[in-house]
Design a protein around this ligand. Structure first.
Ligand code: NZQ
Ligand code: ZN
Length: 388
């Protein structure tokens, strides 16, 4: 049965190969001072930086640059951004990059005018925002996180080895996001497929929970099938516009809060993946890929009916003459084959995890209770060992 909920998604999307031409229209809504947030330089290599700067100049904006946002943005980088945003009285933060830039921009947006340490307030104590929020706009260059249309913001504290996501309210969602699938063509294959698996995992985290007949489950099965189909095309031909645009759109729907409405969710793959990220700085989507199968095999007996449904509805497994366990296992096998086919990392050793880290990673894993089995620390360690 659907639980009670309210739904609002305030992000305006501009989608398609001409989407960037709508940036002027959005910029006109904000004051003069723009903080341009970007990563390690991909936007300079692709020429996107020059295009953005010329649009900002046309719109007569004063631009303050905040480059160097790293994958898995750190708390030190957040402090730096807060200083720049406050000192220059920024009117809009324009994030040009992937989920890391967008997450980081949201973190600066709520932290620049915060009197307390934002790491303590938002990420350790998970408190609401009660100070001025700087609006964020996004030009997306990497597909996966869904950050372009949600309030999520993940920050890493390298000193305490914690990677924590805060899901802020809809007043922190990007005001607008520009989604041009062609801007993602330049992604290296490793990043591209890591993003594909991030999308897959977001859907599964919301799918593998609850035993009711939820409309969301049918939507998610459709999203998964579209993603599987398009990913196979995209790995062979990264410039297939139809496949890349479908994947970009699926990524947004996978985590723009809609499919989670009225149902319970799991998120343990992400909790374990984030703890691995805090220890290794590995690519987010790959951390999820490397632990997913051991995790799903571990919880499958507790959520057997759903794993059977996943096998039949998503992977077209023929159930005739088979036990529920066999059907579920065939579904997981089909998942494994697809993961290998698109080139994901299938073990955490390859991401830099060593045996002596396992205890610490398990300690850094937040245990959530929405899945089919609430894990103990020992079970997290078992799953990590299986993932080696
Ligand atoms: O930094 P640059 O030079 O731009 O290079 C980036 C980066 O190295 C590169 N890249 C991005 N677009 C490119 C490109 N290279 C060539 N051409 C392009 N068009 O790709 C690398 C990865 O970028 P990043 O932004 O780090 O990747 P992603 O979008 O996967 O973001 C990952 C972060 O998002 C968080 C993750 O934990 C991680 O910190 N997440 C945010 C979520 C949310 N807001 O809801 C949910 C997710 O589960 C996730 O946790
Ligand atoms: Zn994710």
């Amino acid at each position: 049965m659907l639980g009670n909920f309210s739904y609002c998604n305030p992000t305006r999307l501009y989608f398609g190969e001409n989407a960037l031409s709508k940036l002027n229209k959005e910029l006109a809504k904000y004051g003069k001072n723009i903080l341009l947030v970007y990563g390690g330089g991909s936007i300079k290599k692709t020429g996107l930086y020059d295009r953005i700067i010329s649009i900002l100049k046309e719109c007569d904006k004063t631009v303050f640059e905040l480059p160097g946002v790293m994958p898995n943005p750190t708390v030190e980088k957040l402090y730096e951004g807060c200083k720049v945003a406050r000192e220059n009285n920024v009117d809009l933060i324009l994030s040009v990059g992937g989920g890391s830039c967008c997450d980081y921009s949201k973190a600066v947006s709520v932290s620049a005018w915060c009197d307390e340490d934002p790491w303590d307030k938002y990420y350790l104590r998970m408190e609401d925002v009660d100070n001025k929020i700087i609006p964020v706009g996004c030009v997306l260059t990497m597909v996966g996180t869904g950050s372009e249309m949600n309030g999520g913001s993940v920050i890493t504290n390298t000193e305490s080895k914690l990677k924590i996501g805060h899901v802020f309210g809809d007043n922190v969602f990007p005001k607008f996001s520009i989604l041009n699938p062609k801007l993602t063509y330049t992604l290296p294959k490793y990043q591209m497929v890591a993003g594909f698996y991030d999308i897959f995992s977001h859907i599964c985290e919301q799918y593998f929970s609850g035993t009711d007949d939820s409309t969301s489950d049918y939507i998610m099965e459709g999203l998964l099938k579209s993603l599987i189909h398009s990913s196979r095309i995209a790995v062979k031909n990264p410039e297939d516009y139809e496949a890349r645009s479908n994947i970009m759109w699926t990524a947004t729907w996978a985590l723009n809060t809609l499919v989670a409405k009225g149902k319970t969710t799991d998120w343990m793959v992400h909790m374990i993946g984030q703890a691995i990220g805090a220890y290794t700085d590995a690519t987010h989507g790959m951390t999820l890929a490397a632990v997913s199968l051991p995790y799903y095999r571990h919880i499958c007996p507790y959520g057997l009916a759903k794993f059977k449904r996943f096998a039949i509805h998503v992977w077209n497994i023929n159930p005739e003459g088979k036990s529920d366990e066999q059907i579920a296992e065939e579904g997981l096998l089909a998942l494994k084959n697809w993961m290998e086919e698109i080139g994901l990392v299938m073990n955490i050793r390859e991401l830099g995890v060593t045996e002596d880290m396992l205890e610490g990673i398990a300690d850094a894993t937040f245990i959530l209770t929405g899945g089919y089995k609430t894990l103990t620390k020992e079970e997290v360690i078992d799953i990590l060992k299986e993932s080696m």
